[in-house]
Design a protein around this ligand. Sequence first.
Ligand SMILES: Cc1cc2nc3c(=O)[nH]c(=O)nc-3n(C[C@H](O)[C@H](O)[C@H](O)COP(=O)(O)OP(=O)(O)OC[C@H]3O[C@@H](n4cnc5c(N)ncnc54)[C@H](O)[C@@H]3O)c2cc1C
Length: 280
Amino acid sequence: MELRGVYRTAGGTPYLKEPWVRVVARPRFELGQAEDFLLGYDAAWREYLSDEPLPDAEGLCKLAGQTCYLSLGPRRTKNADAARYFENILRQGHGSVLEHANFSLLVWGVSRSLTHELVRHRHLCFSQVSQRYVGADRLRFVERPEFQRVPELHARFEARIDRVREEYEALTRLLQERGEEAAPGRAALSRTEQRKAVQQAARACLSNEVEAPLVVTGNVRAWRHFIEMRGSSHAETEIRRLAFRVLLALRELAPRLFADYRETEIAPGDWAVATDWRKV
Ligand SMILES: Cc1cc2nc3c(=O)[nH]c(=O)nc-3n(C[C@H](O)[C@H](O)[C@H](O)COP(=O)(O)OP(=O)(O)OC[C@H]3O[C@@H](n4cnc5c(N)ncnc54)[C@H](O)[C@@H]3O)c2cc1C
């Protein structure tokens, strides 16, 4: 059976050519829960509940922002003007309002060198594949865009990942044969512990090109900062591709929270993004 987005070398080593992003969790805004709060101020404020609905993340951030000034009555900015409301939030740098909406993304087709940069973003949360726990049968690689374009670099990539996989498998075999010496002083290891002891040593030969799938969760403020830093034309090529896909995925679900980003195609298929409202 053909596997989605997965290629193989002649030697059978699997690899991917691009980052994949899927939003696996998003906010669910329960505006009706605000009714008792609104009616405690003014019966007319109930109208807030029947304003034209916004996407969940936007409705949540707007309620949060309007609660700050109790701008919830008839003279409030209505949802029809939500785009202007959020533009004002961005212009004034009131980014804390955007922290209420969280999105979780399943990300794969990304290399270990990309995730090493991604995890520097301290307001995002990560669960990344364990190279101690997961072994050779799940090993995949990622081909850089630069290598995909040039036949010689592509051929070298395929040959290299075949060699790396063979070396990893050979190291795993040798370490397994040596048994407990893979984990000195711990004779009675469970099968899982033995496997981890072997793989934690064998992974030393894995290159930055190894794939490292992960789930990343962050609020809109943190995602915006990531998109700005890593979607910039100065960012590294592979992570810029990821940042652009993150932007497309999140903007579909919360268009007004990402409406300020401008895209430029700096090379065929290679997009950079910029905004006037950086680091809100
Ligand atoms: C083009 C490019 C080149 C890079 N080159 C290098 C490099 O050569 N070497 C290298 O080590 N890194 C490099 N980085 C990584 C960079 O230095 C940051 O670590 C990374 O981009 C995370 O962004 P951030 O520091 O803004 O923090 P994030 O973790 O994304 O946090 C967002 C914001 O929160 C605030 N914040 C977070 N933590 C703290 C804190 N502890 N104290 C005070 N404020 C805080 C800051 O305002 C920060 O900007 C590079 C990044 C890019 C985009």
